[in-house]
Write a protein that binds this ligand. Structure first.
Ligand code: ADP
Ligand code: MG
Length: 712
């Protein structure tokens, strides 16, 4: 890297093999390979896992039995001996001036060779006093070698790779030293750097790897976190803009009075959140590029009303609307709800004497008779149907609209890229219908911004008044479970209904069915004998399923034993109790979604979670559900418990650019990165004025990566 050349870009660093660095022999190279460090860029973005502030370490002399602690000490002696049963015991004694600590290892004789007298080591583990000796059994050990300085980086490593944190630190220092002549390019625009008072990239890379003070470290971290998030947001927003500019949409008429008439006739006032979201959607609909918006709202937050408002906005300007549900049962349910909500409204009709005809909402599903179906299709093609409800079949070939203006999709995860493409052919001439995707599975806003960054997000974060939250209890043990069935019988005696949910066992559809069937038989002949108990699972035919649902809806079944087929959207207001077997097998979001099926009417809803989770996280999940009924709060807890890896994993399975940034800890930076990206791209949609930045984004988020980000 001769001086005189321009400063190093990330792409340059990505082109230099780590093997070129001094001190990389075969053993080190293999270790680096195991850590997936191939280039200098990989090395420099292999950030320390934690830092050791030498002045603030636990002192051996002050530790109490049971403490979880990190101790810095010097190896004083080591000792190995054979135990019975071919086991070996290795003991290493370290000291720090305040006391001595014995590290105990079983079957790790190599530790005696690894930890030799005089060496500085950092150990982390549980401190115990055992027969008068202070000890830690199988601690995590980091070798510090000759690292000096007050703050020492501790790198992610594994004993298997044979690479110590000390070796890694050396290599990083070497890489930074060799880069010094050229320096690092800093493609982030100066205005942005100024606004957030960021240190430059060179300072940041030094500060994250070799900080001299904690303050330097913090400054470095915030800069590098921002860079990661900023790149992702630039890519997402740029793609979104490009799609918007390439396709022309419909500029809907948001002033006409159909929506106002609809709202005026409602028996209740809109919630503040509904008003706000309606305005957000109306603004999108009035623009002449296609809307692509995600509506998040907890179960019962009133999404249907928002969907109806959007559909009427399309209709009042002379367009048609389609509402797409994940299943036929749900489509039918939506149809009943919308017809009810919109009854009495009329639309202009040049063909009629009064110039008006009733607004028409039709269902288009596989259960229609052939003649009915032909009629609906013909009327859609002539715009004698204003709103059509169905499943994916709505956008398939063979369904012709006169002027499809808006598609509302209930439950985003079943709507993929192909469907989105199919929409393009349904619009009027060259314009693409607007799309509103609704989901009752909230994800935290910042995660949504990253995971669904190509969608705009609206949130219904306020429940309609007068709903009492579902009471959730966790029934552990036979006594508590007995009480659960008492409650179910009491509710049924009061004329209410109940759901009993059994988990799906993924590996085997057969076991799954037999487990729900066993439960059904057990309850039917046992705790719930005398009640009318129905059974529903994924293997019954659609007709049978519909018949069972109809019986449950009409009240001729008291208790429905089911798998999660009832998860989405089933709406039986008379159902007040839900019992969930093996609740620890479900995720937080799913449990929350499930319990949302009860307490939809005027009676108090109750949910009982059965299950004995074997892990701490499992217990924490169930406790969270007992404590909170707020879907967004639960989504935060979920993110906390699972880590964002899983959330990102839902959409993005490729290389992940977020190495340092955390969607949990760095929430405000997600927002700031988003707004900075929006601002820059508003002026310069293709980043033509910032070629270095464009190159960096393209390089770091190669096409594959970006594709992942864009998929829904
Ligand atoms: P979601 O689809 O978000 O789960 P729904 O749209 O089914 O919720 O609404 C749940 C219930 O709340 C429905 O019975 C609906 O009529 C009612 N509702 C919706 N908005 C309001 C409001 N602003 N005030 C009172 N009740 C409302
Ligand atoms: Mg529009």
């Amino acid at each position: 890297m001769p001086a005189g050349d321009p400063p190093l870009t990330l792409k340059d660093l990505g082109g230099i093999k780590v093997a070129e660095l001094a001190g990389v022999g075969e053993r080190t190279a293999n270790g680096l390979l195991a850590l997936e460090i191939f280039t200098v860029l990989d090395l420099l973005s292999h950030y320390p896992r934690r830092y050791l502030d030498r002045t603030r370490q636990a002192q051996i002399g002050e530790l109490l039995s049971g403490d979880e602690a990190t101790v810095l000490g010097t190896v004083r002696s080591s000792y190995s001996r054979k135990l019975r049963g071919r086991r070996t015991l290795t003991q290493i004694v370290i000291g720090d001036g305040t006391g001595k600590l014995t590290l105990v290892f079983f079957n790790q004789q190599w530790r005696a060779r690894q930890l030799t007298e005089g060496m500085d080591v950092l150990v982390h583990g549980k401190f115990e006093r055992y027969r008068g000796t202070s000890q830690m059994t199988s601690p995590v050990v980091d070798l510090l070698g000759t690292q000096t300085g007050r703050i020492i980086p501790v790198y992610p490593q594994s004993d298997k790779t044979g690479l110590t944190t000390y070796k890694l630190a050396q290599l990083v220092e070497e890489a930074l030293k060799r880069s010094r002549a050229r320096g690092f390019a800093d493609p982030v625009p100066p205005e942005v750097l100024d606004r957030f008072k960021f240190v430059d990239r060179e300072t940041a890379l030094h500060g994250i790897h070799c900080p001299e003070t904690m303050e330097q470290l913090q400054q470095a971290r915030r800069r590098l976190v921002f860079d990661e998030l900023f790149r992702v947001q630039l890519e997402l927003v740029r793609r979104k803009r490009a799609v918007e500019m390439q396709t022309s949409g419909i500029s809907h008429d948001t002033s006409a009075g159909l929506v106002d008439r609809f709202h005026a006739r409602l028996p209740f006032a809109l919630t503040g959140a509904q008003q706000r979201v309606n305005e957000e959607i109306a603004r999108d609909l009035s623009l002449n590029y296609p809307m692509h918006r995600l509506l998040q709202g907890d179960v019962g937050s009133g999404k249907t009303l928002v969907a109806a408002t959007a559909l009427l906005t399309a209709v009042q300007g002379g367009y048609q609307g389609a509402l797409m549900a994940p299943t036929e049962v749900l489509a039918e349910q939506h149809c009943v709800a919308l017809r009810d909500m919109l009854s009495g409204l009329s639309v202009p009709d040049p063909a009629s004497l009064m110039g008006q005809r009733p607004l028409r909402v039709e269902l288009l599903t596989g259960t229609l008779r052939a003649a009915e179906r032909r009629k609906v299709l013909a009327d859609l093609a002539d715009r004698r149907v204003d709103i059509v409800i169905g499943t994916h079949a709505l956008i398939q070939a063979g369904v012709q609209y006169q002027s499809l203006g808006l598609v509302v999709i209930d439950e985003q995860h079943r709507f993929g890229v192909e469907q989105r493409a199919a929409l393009r052919d349904k619009g009027e001439s060259a314009s693409v219908p607007d799309v509103l995707v609704m989901t009752a599975t909230p994800i935290p806003r910042t995660a949504a911004m990253t995971v669904y960054g190509d969608l705009d997000v609206s949130v219904l974060d306020e429940m309609p008044p007068g709903r009492s939250p579902i009471i959730t209890s966790w029934a552990e043990g036979p006594m508590a479970q007995g009480a659960v069935w008492d409650t179910v019988r009491a509710e049924v005696a009061d004329g209410r209904q109940a759901y009993v949910v059994c988990p799906v066992i993924e590996e085997s559809a057969v076991i799954d069915v037999s487990s729900v069937e066993d439960t059904f038989v057990e309850l039917h002949d046992g705790e719930l004998s005398g009640l009318r108990v129905g059974l529903l699972h994924g293997r019954v035919s659609p007709a049978e399923k519909e018949a069972t649902m109809a019986q449950f809806r009409s009240g001729s079944i008291d208790v429905l034993v089911a798998t999660t087929v009832i998860e989405v959207g089933v709406d039986v207001p008379n159902a007040t109790v839900m019992v969930i077997f093996d609740a620890d097998r479900f995720g937080i979001a799913q449990l929350h979604q499930l319990r949302g099926r009860v307490g939809r009417g005027q009676h108090q809803g109750r949910c009982f979670l059965l299950g004995e989770p074997s892990t701490k996280v499992g217990r924490a999940r169930l406790e969270a559900l007992v404590e909170s009924t707020d879907g967004f709060e639960l989504a935060e807890v979920d993110l906390e418990l699972r880590g964002e890896g899983t959330i990102m994993g839902e959409r993005q399975k490729g290389r992940n650019d977020l190495r340092l940034a955390s969607l949990r800890r760095d929430k405000e930076w997600v927002e700031l990165a988003r707004s900075s990206a929006v601002e820059i791209l508003a002026e310069d949609p293709e980043l033509t004025d910032c070629p270095e930045l464009k190159e960096e984004v393209d390089f770091m988020l190669g096409d594959d990566e970006a594709e992942f980000l864009m998929k829904s």
